[in-house]
Structures are given as C-alpha cells and as structure tokens.
Ligand binder design. Structure first.
Ligand code: SDX
Length: 431
C-alpha cells in the first residue's frame, strides 16, 4: 500500500513537509514526526503528551471512547474471569497465554525466586516505623539494583527475563515487609507451595504464632485486583520506567523510578486518596457539597477516582472492581458497608451531574479498589504499594520490549524556551 503522507505548509507557504503516516493494528494512526525538526526547524509542543505516541508497543491496547482494555489482544473482562495473575504475568512477558506445562514451569521458576537476600531486609530498619510504605518501597526496590547489577546485562535477553522473574517473584515479599515493618511484627517468609495471592496475603496478614487460614473468595478477589492493575499502556509510571531504561539503567532502578511516579495522587496514589476522600465526606448528605467543590475552578479539590486521560467512557476495570466489591462485601456480610454505599451514591450523583457528563468523567480503576482492599483488611496507606506490586509486571514487560526494540534511542525531549534571551554577566558591584 502506498505510504500515506501528511503535508504541512509553513507560515511562508513555501515550506512543505512530507510526514509519513504509520498505521497500527488497532487505534489511531500516527504522524511520524522524526524528520520534522530537520525538515522545518520546528518542534512539536505537547505538555502532558495528550496527542503524542512515545513508542510502538504490542503489549496493551486501550480504546478510551469505548471502554476497551486488551492485554496482548485478550479483553480484560475475560482475563479477570478465566485466568489468574501469574498467567497474566506470563502473557504480558511472553505475548501469549501459557499451556498447562508452560504454566507449571513458570510457577516453578517464580517459586524459586520468592526469597530476598537477607541483607535486603536490613534496609527496612533504616526507615521510621511510620514511614509511608511507598517511600520504603522506592528505597528497597531501588536497592535490588545493588544486589543484581553485576548479573544483569540489559542487552542480554536471558538476563532481562531473569530480572523480570526476580521482580515478579520478590515483590509480594518486599511489599508485605513494608507493612510488617510498620506494625513492629516480624517478617513472614514466603511459602513456595502457596499460590501467588495467598502467599502475599499470608506474608501481609499472617503472624508466626498462628497458621494463616486463607478465605478463597478473598484470595480470588485480590488476585483479580492484581490482574486489573497489571499494565495500562504508556501511563505516567510506565513512561517513567521506559525513559529511565532508555539510558541503559539497571531495571530495578528503573522500576523504583516507576514506583516513585505511581505514588502521586493523580496516578496510583488515587486509591488511597479515594478512601480518604470518602472518609472526609462521611455521609451521603454531604455529597452535593463535595461535588460542588470538585466543579469549582477556584477549588483545587477533585473527585478522586474520577476522570482519566484516556477513558472518556467507563473504565472497564472499574466495572470489574465494583463487581468484586459486591462479592467481597457479600462474603464478609458487609454489604451494608457505609463506605461502599457512600461510594455508590457518589457515583450515581456524579454520573447524573452535567459537569461530569460533559467532561466525560467516569469512575476509574481506583474508585472501587480501595473499598475492596479495605474490606480485605489492608491498611489504606498500603493500597498504592499493592498497585505497584501488580504494575511491576507491566513495567518490566514494557521495559523489556523497549530494550529489545531495534528503534531504541535514549529518550531526550526538547522544549519551548520562554526564558530570558542571552545577556552578559555584570560584576557584582554593579548589579
Ligand atoms: C490512574 O494513565 C493511566 O492509564 C493511569 C491509570 C493506570 O492504570 O496506570 O489508569 C491509573 O492513574 C487512574 C487515575 C487516578 N487518578 C484519579 O482518580 C485522580 C482524579 N482524577 C484527575 O486528577 C484527572 O482526571 C486525571 C489526572 C486522572 C486525568 O487528568 P487529565 O487527563 O490531565 O485531565 P484534565 O486534568 O485536563 O481534566 C480535564 C477537565 C478539567 O476541567 P477543565 O480545565 O477542562 O475545565 O476535567 C476536570 C479538570 O478540572 N477534571 C476533574 C477531575 N478530573 C478531571 N474535575 C473534578 N474531579 C476530577 N476527578
């Protein structure tokens, strides 16, 4: 098929730039502007990258207008119902779902790497007990690069895969230790024979004096939460991991950068912020007051858990999360949970309000996840750490795809300079 061209004419009508269009499998085509500056002397300008494709990828596809999310082509609804989190990890890393023997081998490989170096546990004692778990997580995951820098050659596919396996295997242990450290209770070692989500919950909630008895409904709910948060195209934290990795940095250091970015309330920190907001609203009667604040341009308050850069329709993960909410609260006889009722009423009111309708602000994945995690007994400040636990597989899969991309270049954006033009330094006596 003849290459499609976008023609641009300059201000003086004589400069015409021929920019090729590139078409993907699904979604918007892109204008290849790699030659724009050389041809025209112009940069593009797109703070926040609202109209910019930073890379090509085969991992995740999002259709924001139709509320579609695919991991390697599989709809998130089917994966959440028919797979478990480790199957999804295999899918994101390798490009397809495993068969029985491939899955058994993958589970065995992961289980061999669940322990962390005993020296790594010493890092926790350097933090205050009341340090935010995300601050601890950034530090400890970054410290993994000190344990594996000499055995990780990022140019070697086998080393990259080993780094992915180590990260997936060790994150539940590292995240659970963030919680345990804050309680003063001893760290709980993983058990190789337990499933991924059960192992994590036992390390999080168990104690050495009693056998941890898992509730299969709650374990399944947590596993589903991990599936829903595993990857999401080029979101802020994934773009951070890619940019850090484009310089050839150690993968664990890159993931630590992603954790730092995820912490923000506009991104992964929203699940914790949603629960804090619901607790602040407190009662259905106060919802109109807070909706009004969210609409007030002079008020920085935003309705946490609402809105999304890409989804201008319902976030498909929010629907699945609401369903998981019902299952967990029913299982725990909490279906009269005031927080859940408040959330559902807030959702109803907001979705009827013209401001939210016109701006296409729908509940996102974070709106209900906090309620489920709270019902599972997980403290609010650990919510984003669990998001990071899940997203680690997306980050490392995207990092691996980038490093193996023959088009890889170090990420180095330019700018629109609006500072002072060139001037000479005067001696201090005459300033
Ligand atoms: C995640 O990118 C991803 O994929 C992220 C994520 C993932 O899986 O990685 O999906 C996870 O981060 C989900 C989002 C969690 N964040 C929140 O729930 C925080 C609340 N949401 C907002 O901060 C906001 O909606 C963002 C940050 C999510 C999206 O911001 P955008 O795309 O930059 O949109 P915007 O700020 O330009 O908002 C457009 C308009 C603005 O009004 P105008 O200036 O046009 O008049 O909508 C308004 C905003 O004021 N608006 C909101 C709002 N979100 C946007 N108004 C009230 N409450 C909100 N929540």
């Amino acid at each position: 098929m003849a290459e499609e061209i976008l023609s641009l004419t300059g201000d003086n009508q004589d400069k015409v730039s021929q920019l090729p269009l590139i078409h993907g499998t699904l979604g918007p085509s892109v204008v290849d502007i790699r030659g724009l500056y050389a041809q025209t002397g112009y940069f593009t300008y797109d703070p926040g990258f609202t109209s910019t494709a930073s890379c090509s990828s085969k991992i995740t596809y999002i259709d924001g207008d139709n509320g579609i999310l695919l991991y390697r082509g599989y709809p998130i609804e089917q994966l959440a119902e028919k797979c478990d989190f480790l199957e999804v990890c295999y899918l994101l890393l390798k490009g397809d779902l495993p068969n029985g023997s491939e899955m058994r081998e993958f589970v065995t490989t992961i289980s061999k790497h669940v322990m962390v170096h005993e020296q790594l546990t010493k890092f926790y004692s350097g933090f205050r007990r009341d340090a935010h778990p995300m601050a601890v997580l950034v530090g400890v995951v970054g410290a993994l690069s000190a344990f594996y820098h000499d055995v990780t050659d990022v140019t070697c596919h086998k080393d990259r895969y080993k780094a992915a396996i180590r990260l997936i295997a060790k994150m539940p242990n590292i995240v659970a230790m963030c919680h345990k450290y804050s309680t003063g209770l001893p760290f709980i070692y993983p058990k190789r024979k337990l499933g991924y989500a059960e192992n994590f919950m036992r390390m999080m909630m168990g104690d050495p004096c009693d056998e941890y008895v898992a509730n299969p409904v709650l374990i399944r709910a947590l596993d589903r939460i991990l599936i829903l948060h595993a990857d999401h195209e080029q979101n802020a934290s994934t773009s951070t991991v890619r940019l850090a990795g484009s310089s050839g940095a150690n993968p664990y250091a890159c993931v630590a950068a992603g954790i730092a970015c995820l912490w923000g309330a506009a991104h992964g920190g929203a699940n914790e912020a949603v629960l804090n907001m619901l607790e602040e609203i407190g009662d259905v009667s106060k919802i109109p007051e807070y909706v009004a604040k969210a609409k007030d341009k002079n008020d920085p308050f935003r309705l946490m858990g609402f809105g999304h850069r890409v989804y201008k329709n319902y976030d498909p993960r929010a629907k699945l999360m609401r369903q998981t909410c019902h299952e967990v609260l029913d299982e725990l006889n909490l279906n009269n949970d005031p927080m859940f009722k408040l959330a559902m009423e807030l959702e109803r009111i907001a979705l009827e309000d013209p401001y939210f309708v016109e701006k296409k602000l729908y509940p996102n994945v974070d709106f209900y996840s906090g309620i489920v995690l709270r019902a599972l007994g997980i403290p609010t400040e650990m919510f984003t750490a669990i998001f990071a636990l899940s997203r680690s597989v997306g980050w490392i899969a995207q990092w691996d795809e980038m490093i193996s991309d023959p088009e890889l270049k170090i990420g180095r954006p330019r700018q629109l300079y609006r500072g002072v033009a060139k001037r000479d330094v005067k001696p201090i006596s005459s300033r």
